[in-house]
Structures are given as C-alpha cells and as structure tokens.
Design a binder for this molecule. Sequence first.
Ligand SMILES: *Cc1c(COP(=O)(O)O)cnc(C)c1O
Length: 390
Amino acid sequence: MTIFPHADRGPSGGAGGLGIADLPWTTAAEDGELVHRFGEALRRRRETSIGYPVNLDVDYRAFGGLLDVLWNTVGDPGPGDPFRPDRQPFERPVVRFLSRLAGGDPDRTYGYVTSGGTEGNLFGLHTGRERLPRAPLYHSAAAHHTVARAAALLRMETVAVPTRRDGSMDVRALRDACGRHAGRGAVVVATVGTTMLGAVDDLPAVRAATAPAGECHLHVDGALGALVAAFAPNPPPWGFDAGADTLAISGHKLIGAPVPCGVVLARDHLVPFPGAAGEYLGARDATLACSRNALAAVFLWYALRRLGRDGLAARAAHCLSVAAYAESRILALGRRCLRHPASLTVVFDRPAPHVCRRWHLAAEGPLAHLVAMPHVTHDTVDRFLEDLAR
Ligand SMILES: *Cc1c(COP(=O)(O)O)cnc(C)c1O
C-alpha cells in the first residue's frame, strides 16, 4: 500500500505531496500529520515483518519529551560532565556491559556507540589494517556485503574464502589461502550469524588456520548473531575469550534501539590513533565519526539497564524458542528447513512471490528465511505458516 501516492509532487501536487518549495505551503500541523501517518504504517508492519533481523518490539516514548534538545556527543565515551553536556555519561556503562559479556576485561577494552554494525566493521578492519598494513583481508563468501565495501574504502586486498554447506567459513580453504600469502599477516572477518543462513564461523579454528600467514587480526562481525550466540544453549565461541581482537554489534537488532546504531569493541592497545584528540574538542577521540548520536547511547543504556544480563538472556532464549518452533512447523509441512542451533534465522525454500511480499521475506536464489526477532511471536509464525501451506 502506498501511503503517499503523490510523494514526489511539489506544491501544485495537492494534499499528500512531500515536495519542499521556496516557501512553506502547508502548516506545521499538516506536516506533523504526514509524519505520523508514516509512523502508523511502520507500526502496522510489526504484524507481518519477519524477514529482516530488526527488532520492531520497541517503546521509547518515555523520551519523546526530550526531543527539544540536541543529542550530540563527540569523542571517546567519557565519564560524563554536566558542564559539557556533549560528554554524556550513558555510553560507558553500555560499552562496559557488552565488553564483559564478550569475555573481555572492561578496563582493557575500548568501545563506543556507532551508527550501526557497518561502522563497527569499518572500525575493526581499519584497526586490523593499521596493525598489519601488508596483510590481505580474508572474509568468507557469506560475509555481509558491506565488508567488501569497507575493504575498498581501506584499499585492502581481499581474499574471499568459500563457505561450507552450512554457510560457515571453510577453514581449510582459509589455511590454504593464508599459505599462498605466507608471512604477510592476516586480517580476518569472522561472522557470527551470517546474513542469509545465520551460520557461525568457528573462531578458534579460523584463528588457527591463519598460522601460515603469521600474525592475525581477528575481527568478529556479530551484528546480529553475537548476542544470540552468547545466550544459546552450547554457546559457540564468539568474543574476546575466543580470540576476537575487534567486535561489532548492531544496536537495533536484538537489543532493540528504535534507531539504527551499534557498538564496536576492541582490545584497547590495538586501537589506532588512541591519542588523536584535537585540543579543540578537549576529548580523546579514536572514533570514526566526529559528532555522534548521543540518543543512541541513551536508548542502548535504557534497554540494557531495563533487561540486565538475565533479561537479555531470557529474550534470546525466547527468540530461540520461537525460531525452533518455526523450524519444527516448517519441517512438519514436509518442507526443507535449516537453522543453526545458535541462530534466529530459519531458512526454507523460497515461497511464492505473494508470500514473500506479504511477509517481507528476504530471499536469495532458491532460499528465503525468517528471523525470529522479539516482535515475532508463536502466533505470527502460525499465521505465516497458514499462508505458506496454502
Ligand atoms: C545487520 C548486519 C550487518 C550490518 O549492520 P547494520 O547495523 O545494519 O549497519 C553486518 N553484518 C551482519 C552479519 C549483519 O547481520
């Protein structure tokens, strides 16, 4: 359904046009109404949006009254300073909580709230390149598409490593590839929860396979899967205690911030330009951005503070149970279905186009998947399966 059929029209387009003219031609109330109408459509999408790994079960209306101030932050997360409101205090507890969860020492882990998993990956790969300037970037063929873009921005030579049938990196192929570039070091992206199949790369095996290359920088793209893996039964190794050097997590996936954001973590002695500051800012700044979204840190802090470690574990366990339910129901229909035990991604044969459209399914070639994010309930799965079986 098109909400704004005349969106591209200007002032002459009549009601519903979103064009921007020389002078305002509508009232603020009318424009507010248009934005609200779009928000309503976003709200309705909760019912049928099961294909993408975003959490639509969010409610941050408590902060609506704070939208008359600028939420900007600059530089590394600081202790908070009431005389420098841009040095807000909420970011550090988020970074420390996730550092600990990732098996790191919070006192020796650098981190900050990013614009999303992608910025975290860019930060991690930049860190790796500064550390090992001659090393190629090894990533699996199933790595997120933005990994190749980060490599291009950083002008890193890339080596795409084939995957095994389950979608995880073929570590024997990685070892062979490292042997072909022996002695140059290796920057490797391991994915915890690949985009299409939800596969989890075997971190210790990946690290071991880079031996022929020499020194290794291991970046973990855990945008979706890290926090699921953390609480899965038999959790696969995914964090600093499994050999990660840098790690990216998205904030609008399992945690459920209402705007895109993420957190990047790094062993602090590896962080490039740790002193880069600028007297001008009066702050240490090793982040990739200058101004950053301070509200994102507030959202993450609020979500994690309300959940705590146990609440996050319970949420992950619940989502895993919904994923397992979907998997068993699809198998019961006599259809093929695949799911990594530590993943919310349930993969099946691509259904008819109208089913993909209605349920916002992500499809690739012969496959499609649903992701059992917190807004996807057993009831949602039942309604989807009625459509699928029809
Ligand atoms: C979502 C995702 C990304 C991208 O993260 P954004 O937060 O959307 O920037 C990268 N890698 C994986 C594996 C993802 O699931």
